[in-house]
Design a protein around this ligand. Structure first.
Ligand code: SF4
Ligand code: SF4
Length: 155
């Protein structure tokens, strides 16, 4: 199910050159386009998923949007239009809201991390030698096994 932008909620990331959804999309699908407001005829810049069929359905754009303006819509050929899935990312969990076509709502909340935000030990488990930042340009640094075994050499 690809993402789509609810234009009424999107503020174009307040005119920044690169919006949050453009920054995060791994497939470069999100773009800023001029959209005409049907009521006022005003032209505003809004985020759009320019090629939904190419969408990887990773939902990064959905999670990062500061306005919660991106939602998920089922393909019309296998699910009747009207169904919708809206994720809302919190600091330690994600809340999925599922809207059914008949108006029913279901919500599911799942934890998204096991360590409190800002407290991940990025060097955990790599060993003292690999954690020595002065060796940043050494071959094998950080991918080298923590026991210090020698890298293979060409014969
Ligand atoms: Fe609009 Fe959200 Fe994209 Fe910003 S991240 S342009 S608010 S859809
Ligand atoms: Fe890009 Fe993923 Fe959003 Fe699809 S769901 S538009 S691939 S960020």
């Amino acid at each position: 199910m690809p993402s789509f932008v609810i234009t009424e909620k999107c503020d174009g990331c307040q005119g920044q050159d690169k919006t949050a959804c453009m920054y995060i999309c791994p497939h470069d699908l999100m773009a800023l386009k001029e959209v005409v407001d049907k009521e006022t005829n005003e032209v505003k810049m809004k985020g759009v998923n320019q090629e939904p069929v190419q969408c990887w359905e990773c939902y990064n754009c959905v999670k990062i949007c500061p306005q919660q303006a991106i939602s998920i819509r089922c393909y019309a050929d296998f699910a009747p239009l009207g169904g919708e899935v809206i994720p809302m990312l919190g600091s330690d969990s994600i809340m999925w809201t599922v809207k059914f076509r008949n108006g029913n709502l279901k919500r599911f909340k799942f934890p998204v991390r096991t360590v409190e935000a800002g407290n991940v030990d990025i060097r955990s488990g790599v060993g003292e030698a690999s954690a020595d930042i002065s060796r940043i340009k050494d071959p094998g640094f950080y991918t080298h096994h923590a026991n210090g075994s020698a890298l293979p050499t060409p014969s």
